[in-house]
Structure formats: structure tokens, C-alpha cells
Design a protein around this ligand. Structure first.
Ligand code: IFM
Length: 479
């Protein structure tokens, strides 16, 4: 596999994307999440989340890193909002820290925690930036995990209470609400592989978590709509798996079907069609697992979605045989990802822009009438900062240009894609990889907390400007 380091000397790309392919109301944004940037882990009444606990488990996170300080965004928020405004984006997608707002995950709101988001929303609006809130981006209050975590049904109800607290504090100003970010990661990395917090390893628990996350989404969506003082837009963000069969053979096609089932349809079908896919339920039964569905759950889960958020980084090719050609391991069918020997990012994720087009077109075809937003897309590369902290990240810039182009292609093919958020606004705590992997379009020097816009950030900003000008004529100010 090759990384794109050879492109770091390339000239700054200009006009790589045909900006006229996006309408004036296409939403351009940048995204972050609370635990990854805020720091101030135990200030103003915040209590531990599962990531505070997990990051202290020896060996769980690269270098023993944690989110105690992160990008210190909690203290530098005004400066960061100015940075976002300088990029000229329409929207900022951020998440709320549940243990900051409702310590322990139960009971009354912590006003000091809420006050932070209150100020953030006000500052964004003052600069004409649309706040887009994600309620849950993986930082479950530790106390709820101690009571069973997402495999326990009660957590879904607690999540709806948290949603109501957030709505009552911010709903007068915030119109865009995402319930969950990437429930696949919360369930499978958190409870099956144990690579994410809380680090448990039980497939049955992971599938219970899937159902209770979806139930939590449905309950929270109902609660948000019931308590919103103004009309709102509510949706969910998924990291759908774009699964490609390694060959036309029956076993390879079946491996891709199973990956698509557990990576995409087990979420999209109940959310949009009100039922779990029969083939996934059958596959689970073979593994002795049953989703803990109770009467009425599916109706709750299938609340109308105002939008579906799609996070895309790569695609995967699946084979139904292992390296020895066997089709079964311990009695279960093989599902093996196969490298296509394409260039990779620093995460070793293959760069496959076509997969984004295909995923968006497929979602639009299989689940029509749900507007799509790319709520995350971006890449980690081994940045080499110059003396001023700036980074000429031609590799990341090229990644963005190719993927924005892929979104345009999906729109041309009929997918109703209405926005695109770069991941991430700035380098941050990349979960199990700590601060080792950098996804930012803004470089963060963790020693000084200095922020410097990278080449990719300048390109993104310029691309937005061109896209607006294509629709409206030259702009005479910065926005
Ligand atoms: O950093 C993460 C983010 O928190 C969720 N989506 C994927 C990103 C890159 O791994």
C-alpha cells in the first residue's frame, strides 16, 4: 500500500472542483465532537464519560493519551468560532457532552455545562454560522455504563431525557439536530471488538446496543419534536458500510451482503422502513443472537427523518473465503476484507471517492424522499508542519477535492445531497489513536494550542467561495 506522501510537494490545487455543480443553498460546513476537542474534562461540574475511563486503561489509547485537555476548546471557544467564521462555512456541526450537561446521565441539568453551549450557539449565530447539534458522539456518562450501558434498555430512555434538556436550553436558537453519530461505532467498537470505550467484547451485547441506540434515537426524536419551541430538522448520522463483493462468486457476494446488512441495513431499514432486514435477523439467529425488540419499538424507531447524515471515509471489498480458501470458521461463514492495493491515508484506509458517489446514489435509490447530508468526510495524513505551524497538505487537499467531486457526481446521478461537512475543523483526539492521527483542516500545536489553517483549509474555504460566486456572482465580503 502506498500513502500519498509523494504528493506533499504538489502545488496548491486551484479550482479542482467544478463549483457550479452545487446550488447556492448547498450547505458547507466543518465538524467536530465534544470529547475530541473540548478538554476541561472535570470542570464546571462535568463528570466522567466512558472515554475518560477507557483512556486510562493501560494500552487502550495510543501513548496513553486522553481528552483531559484535547484542543482546550472549552476555554478557547470564541477564538475557535472566529476561526470557523474565517473559513467562510455555512454551518458548524458539533456535539454536546452529555456528562457536562447532565452529570451521571440522570437528573437535573448542570447549568454551568449548559452555559458553555449557550455561549457557543450565540457566538455562532452572531457570525451567521448555522449551529448543527449532535446529541451523542460517543461520550456516554460513565454512570450509565455502570448501570449497563447501551446494551441496557434504560439507557435509551435516559437519552430521551437528555435530548429534552438540550432542547429546552438551546431549542429557541438551534434548528438542526442529529441524535446519534455513527451508532455502528458505539455498538460494534464499544461492545464487540472493545477497541473503543467502554471496551467490552460480546457480540450479543453489541447487537443489544444496536437496538437500544436505535430506540434511543426514536425516543429522543419524539421528545425533541414534542418540546421544540420552533420547527426543527431532526435526523441521524450513520457511517454506512459500502461493501463491494471481491468477485461474482456466491460466497463473495454473500460476504458483501452480510457486511452491508450489519454495516448499513440493520440501521437504515428500521429507521426508514420500520423493520429489521430478514436476512440480518436470520444471520444473527445462526450466531445465537436475538435483537431485544419489544412491542412498539419499531414504530418508535421509524420516526420520520428530516435528513440522513452520511459519514464516509472509505469502502471495503469483502471475500467469503479466508486466505486458505475456507468458507467457514468455527462453523460461521467467512467475511474478510480484501485490500485493493490503492493509496491509503494515515489510517490505512484506502482512498475510494467512487464509493461515496455509489453510497449516496444507493441510499437515495433504496430510501427515497430522505434528504442526505455528508456529515463527515476527510482524511488523516502524516502532516509535516512548517516553522509557522502551517501544513502544505496537498494529500488531504486532493482527498477533499476528489470527494467533493464525488458528491457532485452523486447529485448528478439523482441523489438528493444537500450539504457537506469536512472532518475535521481541527486536529483532535482521534479515539484509540490519541493525538497521533490528524484529521484537521486546521493544524493544532498541542504544546501551545496554536491553530494554523492548513492548505486543505484554505482550499476548502476557496471552494466554498467559488461555489457561492458561481451562483450569485462575485461576493464583496468574506461570507
Ligand atoms: O474522528 C472520527 C469521528 O469522531 C467519527 N467519525 C470518524 C472520524 C475519523 O475516524
Amino acid at each position: 500500500m502506498t500513502t500519498r506522501t509523494d504528493r506533499s510537494a504538489a502545488p496548491e490545487p486551484r479550482g479542482g472542483v467544478d463549483s457550479t455543480r452545487f446550488p447556492a443553498d448547498f450547505l458547507w460546513g466543518v465538524a467536530t465532537s465534544a470529547y475530541q476537542i473540548e478538554g476541561a474534562a472535570f470542570e464546571d461540574g462535568r463528570t466522567a464519560s466512558i472515554w475518560d475511563t477507557f483512556s486510562r486503561v493501560p494500552g487502550a489509547v495510543f501513548g496513553g493519551h486522553n481528552g483531559d485537555t484535547a484542543c482546550d476548546h472549552y476555554h478557547r471557544m470564541p477564538e475557535d468560532v472566529a476561526l470557523i467564521a474565517g473559513l467562510g462555512v455555512d454551518s458548524y456541526r458539533f456535539s454536546l457532552s452529555w456528562p457536562r450537561i447532565q452529570p451521571g446521565g440522570r437528573g437535573p441539568a448542570n447549568q454551568r455545562g449548559l452555559a458553555f453551549y449557550d455561549r457557543l450557539v450565540d457566538q455562532l449565530l452572531a457570525r451567521d454560522i448555522l449551529p448543527w447539534i449532535t446529541l451523542y458522539h460517543w461520550d456516554l456518562p460513565q454512570q450509565l455504563e455502570d448501570d449497563g450501558g447501551w446494551p441496557a434498555r434504560d439507557t435509551a430512555h435516559r437519552f430521551a431525557d437528555f435530548a429534552e434538556i438540550a432542547m429546552s436550553a438551546l431549542g429557541d436558537r438551534v434548528r438542526w439536530w442529529t441524535t446519534l453519530n455513527e451508532p455502528w461505532c458505539s455498538a460494534m467498537l464499544g461492545y464487540e471488538t472493545g477497541r473503543h470505550a467502554p471496551g467490552r467484547q460480546d457480540f450479543g451485547d453489541a447487537m443489544s446496543a444496536v437496538h437500544h441506540l436505535l430506540l434511543g434515537h426514536g425516543l429522543a426524536t419524539q421528545r425533541l419534536r414534542e418540546t421544540a419551541p420552533e420547527p426543527i430538522q431532526v435526523g441521524i448520522t450513520l457511517n454506512t458500510t459500502h461493501a463491494i463483493a471481491a468477485s461474482g462468486s456466491a460466497v463473495d457476494r454473500d460476504a458483501a451482503r452480510r457486511a452491508d446488512g450489519l454495516g448499513t441495513r440493520v440501521y437504515t431499514d428500521p429507521l426508514i422502513r420500520g423493520s429489521y432486514p430478514a436476512d440480518v435477523v436470520d444471520d444473527l439467529a445462526v450466531r445465537g443472537v436475538r435483537l431485544p425488540v419489544q412491542d412498539g419499538d419499531l414504530a418508535v424507531i421509524a420516526q420520520p427523518l428530516d435528513f440522513l447524515g452520511v459519514n464516509y471515509y472509505t469502502s471495503h471489498v469483502f471475500s467469503g473465503t479466508d486466505e486458505h480458501g475456507s468458507e467457514l470458521v468455527d462453523g460461521l461463514p467467512v467475511s474478510r476484507t480484501v485490500s485493493q492495493n490503492l493509496p491509503v491515508t494515515a489510517m490505512d484506509w484506502e482512498i475510494i471517492p467512487q464509493g461515496l458517489t455509489d453510497m449516496l446514489v444507493r441510499l437515495g435509490r433504496d430510501y427515497p424522499a430522505v434528504p442526505l447530508y455528508v456529515t463527515e468526510n476527510g482524511a488523516a495524513f502524516d502532516d509535516r508542519p512548517g516553522a509557522d505551524g502551517g501544513v502544505d497538505d496537498a494529500d488531504r487537499t486532493a482527498y477533499f477535492a476528489e470527494h467533493v467531486e464525488a458528491v457532485a457526481a452523486a447529485r448528478d446521478a439523482g441523489a438528493d445531497v444537500r450539504g457537506y461537512f469536512a472532518w475535521s475543523l481541527m486536529d483532535n483526539f482521534e479515539w484509540g489513536y490519541g493525538y497521533e492521527k490528524r484529521f484537521g483542516i486546521v493544524h493544532v500545536d498541542y504544546e501551545t494550542q496554536r491553530r494554523t489553517v492548513k492548505q486543505s483549509g484554505r482550499w476548502f474555504s476557496e471552494n466554498i467561495r467559488r461555489s457561492r460566486e458561481a451562483e450569485t456572482g462575485p461576493l464583496d465580503n468574506d461570507r
